[in-house]
Design a protein around this ligand. Structure first.
Ligand SMILES: *Cc1c(COP(=O)(O)O)cnc(C)c1O
Length: 434
């Protein structure tokens, strides 16, 4: 069997992130102030974000140096391995070459610490003592708690009540790294108290949790807010994934014809694909780049490309993005990280320009793909990541028909060790498609 694992030495880890804003064919539409509907004044964001992150959100500088302190923490799990999925290829009897980047090797188990470590570092530099955030399934909350621990910053997570009880181990991880977590809506904020009074039996939503976390940051001294996806600076930090892949694909002496990522807010997809997208925009290469969404929350596939709010409470700036509407409540599918009504403005713009494709799959077929992956490659994938796996398998099966030896690269955004109840439901035939 050929070589299947491609590893870069930690000293060879990329020392810059790549900023797609330098190369977008049309500049992004500016975020709007939710009250005036005028382009936002960066100063308006200072109560909730540190200045350096506001700068990174807006800059068109192509490469941004990764500070040494961040690289030191990245080295706990980075560079992440790239694998050739030889056993999966053999099982499918495809002539295609399938590669995957394993972002599940980080301590919190997903790609999210690539940005939580960076965001926490810049907060520490500017004297932030406390960071608030919301979390759905708990991936982002645990990644932020992990990062805050290294910079001695207090971490407060508002976790959607339904997940707080359904995913108790992610809550435990948040506590393990020293963070505080409460079910949202909570009595800790004015907004939470108001919701509890009006809807005492609510199981919460991401929109409500965002409202609580933002209020907490805005009203409390030396407290800032952190977001785990959607924003430009988050996409920027995630490009370390694709930059590493470029080096690893060179080691494998191949170039991907197709690059695939699952898409919730867009950050792991942006991470693996933007460095390849640069080459596509430059015209030096022409990979197809595919975003994969759940049929139950098809933002890029069925949403409208227009200005919308990031939250149900209409408190966040308006962003021009594909959206199913700020009040869209997706069905309770198990890929919790893909249940967002909007999508990153950068990813949205690339889809609108025709540079990126988007497709959808149903819940049962992605779990089926996840099981096949576990039984060939040995890794239990996160329900989110199974969307990318399903798409890679379908593209590989097309090659079987045409006889083409295409190179397919996908991002395994996380492991599924805390999602085993979802797999149990799949095996018991209790998983619906909605
Ligand atoms: C959060 C999450 C996602 C979805 O978020 P993106 O910003 O679209 O990447 C996907 N996979 C995993 C494992 C996640 O934790």
């Amino acid at each position: 069997m050929d070589r299947i694992k491609y590893i870069i030495d930690e000293n060879e880890m990329p020392d810059k992130w790549y900023n797609i804003l330098a190369d977008l064919p049309t500049p992004l539409a500016p975020p709007l102030n939710p009250l005036t509907k005028e382009p936002i004044d960066p100063k308006d964001l200072e109560p909730i974000f540190p200045k350096e992150l506001i700068k990174q959100e807006l800059t068109t500088q192509r490469y941004i140096k990764i500070p040494e302190e961040i690289r030191e923490i990245y080295k706990i799990w980075r560079p992440a391995p790239l694998y050739r999925a030889k056993r999966l290829e053999e099982k499918l009897k495809t002539p295609a070459h399938i590669y995957y980047k394993n972002e599940g090797v980080s301590p919190p188990g997903s790609h999210k610490p690539n940005t939580s470590v960076a965001q926490t570092y810049y907060n520490m530099k500017e004297g932030t003592e406390r960071i608030t955030t919301e979390t759905g399934a708990g991936q982002w909350g645990s990644a932020l708690s992990f990062a805050c621990n290294y910079f001695d910053i207090e971490c407060k997570v508002y976790m959607v009540t339904s997940s707080f009880y359904q995913k108790p181990y992610r809550k435990s991880l948040i506590n393990l790294w020293g963070g505080k977590v409460v079910p949202s809506p909570s009595p800790d904020t004015q907004f939470g108290r108001k919701v509890l009074e009006e809807l005492p039996d609510t199981t919460g939503s991401l929109g409500i949790a965002i409202g609580e976390a933002v209020e907490d940051a805005a009203l409390n001294e030396n407290t800032k807010y952190a977001l785990g996806s959607v924003l430009n600076h988050v996409m920027l930090h995630q490009t370390i994934i694709g930059l590493e892949c470029q080096e690893q694909m060179k080691m494998a002496e191949e170039y991907p014809d197709i690059v695939i990522g699952c898409c919730g807010g867009g950050s792991n997809l942006a991470g693996i694909s933007f460095p390849f997208m640069k080459e596509k925009i430059d015209g030096t290469q022409d990979p197809r780049i595919i975003a994969v969404e759940p049929s139950a929350c098809p933002t890029l596939n069925k949403g409208k490309y227009e200005y919308d709010y990031g939250d149900t409470g209409k408190m966040t700036p308006l962003l021009k993005m594909y959206s199913l509407g700020y009040d869209f409540v997706p069905p309770a599918i198990h890929a919790g990280g893909l249940r967002y009504h909007g999508c990153a403005p950068t990813v949205s713009a690339l889809v609108a320009e025709g540079l990126m494709e988007a497709t959808t799959y149903h819940q049962q077929e992605v779990f089926e793909a996840g099981v096949l992956f576990a039984r060939t490659e040995g890794i239990a994938p996160a329900p989110e990541s199974t969307h990318a796996i399903k798409c890679a398998i379908d593209e590989a099966l097309k090659c079987k028909v045409t006889g083409e030896e295409k190179t397919i690269l996908f991002n395994l955004s996380g492991h599924g060790h805390f999602d085993m109840t979802s797999y149990d439901k799949y095996f018991n035939g209790e998983l619906s498609n909605e």
